[in-house]
Design a binder for this molecule. Structure first.
Ligand code: BEZ
Length: 209
């Protein structure tokens, strides 16, 4: 089954390095980033999981719970954890799902048989507090993800929700945002977005910051 953005994230119950996880209960009112790994004891995955451990404060600041997944078993995950923690010089405080029966990988379309039918591709699902999938990334096994970009995406998603704006190309926190073209009323515009609006075209207007 393929999943699309704005669909409800499928719930699941599965084994993990932090005990059995029920996705919805685990996320509760937090944002979630669910990301899959092709295989345990592989080099690219080890660097990625270490980076996610180092970023734990950034996830916390964004009220976000991260969850990793691979289709290897729990015993293998637990052995691999010590390599990851040594490499990261940080503890791994997030769960790694042992999706041995591939039930989660199948529900989230993480197995791409044309890439490889034995392990998952590098998928990332951004899940909001209403359990909606808000963004999906897919990388091949050989290409490691950029977790600075994953944090930037979280910031952008949370900003567009909180401030009723859109984010322009290469946007980063603190930079001007785009005011929706649908808002025409001058009073409302100033009330909501401030006095210092920069208008480039009638359909392209930026907030001051
Ligand atoms: C890796 O994580 O290094 C990897 C995993 C599967 C295929 C290729 C690379």
């Amino acid at each position: 089954m393929s999943l699309h953005i704005n669909q409800l994230a499928p719930n699941f119950v599965q084994k993990s390095t932090k005990g059995q996880i029920n996705l919805y209960e685990y996320l509760s009112n937090s944002w979630g980033v669910l990301f899959s790994h092709p295989k345990d004891f592989t080099p690219v995955c080890t660097t990625e999981l270490a980076e996610v451990a180092k970023l734990q404060n950034e996830w916390n600041k964004r009220n976000t719970k991260v969850i990793a997944l691979s289709v290897d078993d729990l015993e293998s995950h637990k052995k691999w954890l010590s390599d990851i923690e040594k490499y990261a010089t940080f503890s791994v405080d997030y769960p790694i799902i042992a999706d041995e029966d591939k039930s989660v990988s199948l529900a989230y379309d993480m197995l791409h048989p044309e890439a490889d039918d034995t392990f998952t591709v590098r998928s990332v699902y951004f899940i909001d507090p209403n359990k909606k999938i808000r963004l999906i990334l897919t990388y091949p096994a050989q290409v490691g993800r950029n977790f600075d970009e994953i944090i930037r995406i979280l910031d952008a998603l949370q900003t567009v929700d909180n401030e009723k704006v859109a984010t322009p190309v290469n946007w980063k926190t603190g930079e001007p945002k785009i005011i929706p073209a649908s808002i025409k009323d001058e009073t409302l515009l100033k009330q909501q977005y401030g006095e210092n609006i920069k208008q480039v075209y009638d359909y392209l207007r930026f907030t001051a910051k």
